[in-house]
Design a protein around this ligand. Structure first.
Ligand code: ZN
Length: 89
C-alpha cells in the first residue's frame, strides 16, 4: 500500500509524476465519469504502476444563465423530509 503522505504529495503536485517511483514518464487515459465522480487511469512506463486519478466536483465557473427565463430556486435532494407531500388542492 501507498502511504498517505505519498498520496497527498501526489495530489498536491497535481498528479504530474508517478505515484510510486516519481518518474515523469507517465501516461494518462481519458477522463471517464459516472454520476458525481470522474476518474482517469494513469500508468507509469518506468515502473509499470497503474492507478486512477479521482476527480470531484469542487467548483463551478463560466455560468451562463438564461436572461428571459429566471428559475425559481428549488431545493434539491430533500424528497424525504418527512413532512408529507404538499399537494396543491
Ligand atoms: Zn513509476
Amino acid at each position: 500500500m501507498l502511504s498517505r503522505a505519498k498520496r497527498r504529495e501526489y495530489i498536491k503536485a497535481g498528479g504530474s509524476f508517478c505515484i510510486n517511483c516519481g518518474s515523469g514518464n507517465i501516461s494518462a487515459g481519458k477522463i471517464e465519469s459516472e454520476g458525481r465522480g470522474a476518474w482517469q487511469s494513469v500508468q507509469c512506463y518506468d515502473c509499470g504502476s497503474e492507478w486512477n486519478d479521482i476527480f470531484r466536483l469542487i467548483s463551478v465557473d463560466d455560468i451562463i444563465l438564461p436572461e428571459d427565463d429566471p428559475m425559481i430556486p428549488v431545493v434539491f435532494g430533500n424528497k424525504e423530509s418527512g413532512d408529507g407531500q404538499t399537494e396543491t388542492a
